[in-house]
Every structure is written in C-alpha cells, then in structure tokens.
Design a binder for this molecule. Structure first.
Ligand code: ADP
Ligand code: MG
Length: 173
C-alpha cells in the first residue's frame, strides 16, 4: 500500500510518517528531501522565502519506487497513492510551533496558520477524490496518534471534516 501523510507545515507529518513507516515496516520518503537531492526546483518565492518544487520531476521519481511506501509532505496527496491521511492541528497549537520554526518570518507563520484554519489541504484532498481521512493531532501523544491511525485504517466509516472556523477560530487580518 502507498500512503500519503499530508497536512499544513508543522502539524507533525515527518514525526508521524517516520513512526508509521517503522510500525508498518514500509519505506519512508520525505518529498522535501527528495526534491533537495534531485535539485527539483523551478524557481524561488522571494516573499515566502521558499523554493518552488518541480512536481513533474518528483512524480517521475516517485513512480520508479517499487513496493509499499509512506510519502511525507504537504503536497504528498498529489501523488499516486492508495490512502491519504490528513493531519490536522488546532490553530493555536500550530501557531506556537511555527513561531519556533520560523522566527522572524511572521508571514510564513500566518500563511500556514490561516491555511490550517481554512482547511486548505483537506479541500485539495477532497478534489482528488482519493480514499482519505483526517486525524486531529492536537494535544495527543505520538503513540496515541499512531493508534488512532491504525484504528481508522481498519474501520472505514466516514467522519465529519474538521472545521476550525465552526469551533471559533478566525483569520486575523
Ligand atoms: P511537519 O513535518 O508536518 O512540518 P514535524 O513532524 O516536523 O511537522 O513537527 C513539527 C514540530 O512539532 C516538531 O518540533 C515536532 O517535534 C513537534 N511535534 C510533532 N508531533 C507532535 C506531537 N504529537 N506532540 C507534540 N509535538 C509534536
Ligand atoms: Mg516535515
């Protein structure tokens, strides 16, 4: 099985994807590392201070990988996978993490927190029409999150999409 672990930057994809790969004895592939290794970039976003990934090059490379694997990245849901797992994190918790990760880049923090509030990744995933579910990782230990993922993979019942706006979070202007 090919699994994509996606979500807003900072939600815990790398942490959880690595643990899950170990648990399932699957290959772990970090798409940011792969892009770096292949120098798969088509440009640079000066405002966001981030490189723009050459998706075509990455698609080709991932296609070559045989067997089961876990793809880690906030665009992993764009790849050919059997299951997409979207990690969701309470915006206030995410904001604290992102401030630590990007000190002095308030724009990056805000853009990512806003994306989480709006559920940008989930709406992208919904458009892809692949099998998927969301996991709320807020205030949960890594072990708990892994257990929850295993549970959800077993019982295929549909659950509501997480909506932070409904829970009172707002985009600050
Ligand atoms: P991503 O790959 O989605 O950007 P990371 O896995 O790098 O996220 O995690 C972002 C930060 O949050 C890291 O400092 C990590 O140690 C921390 N973290 C991840 N999962 C949890 C968790 N369940 N509880 C507390 N902190 C976590
Ligand atoms: Mg990561």
């Amino acid at each position: 099985m090919k699994i994509a672990i996606t979500g807003t930057p900072g939600v815990g994809k790398t942490t959880i994807a690595k643990l899950l790969a170990k648990e399932f004895n699957m290959k772990y592939i970090n798409l940011n590392d792969l892009a770096k290794k292949l120098n798969a970039y088509i440009g640079y976003d000066k405002i966001m201070k981030s490189k723009i990934v050459d998706m075509k090059k990455l698609y080709k490379e991932v296609k070559k990988i045989r067997g089961d694997f876990i793809l880690d990245g906030h665009f992993s849901h764009d790849f050919d996978v059997d299951l997409v797992i979207v990690l969701r994190c309470r915006p206030d918790i995410l904001e604290k993490r992102l401030k630590k990760r990007y000190p002095g880049n308030r724009l990056k923090v805000k853009e990512n927190v806003d994306a989480e509030i709006l559920g940008v990744i989930t709406s992208e995933v919904l458009q892809r029409k692949k099998r998927f579910f969301e996991i709320d990782v807020s205030n949960k230990k890594k072990k708990e999150i892994i257990q929850e993922i295993k549970q959800r993979m077993k019982n295929k019942k549909k659950e509501n999409i997480i909506d932070w706006i409904e829970k009172g979070y707002e985009i600050k202007i």
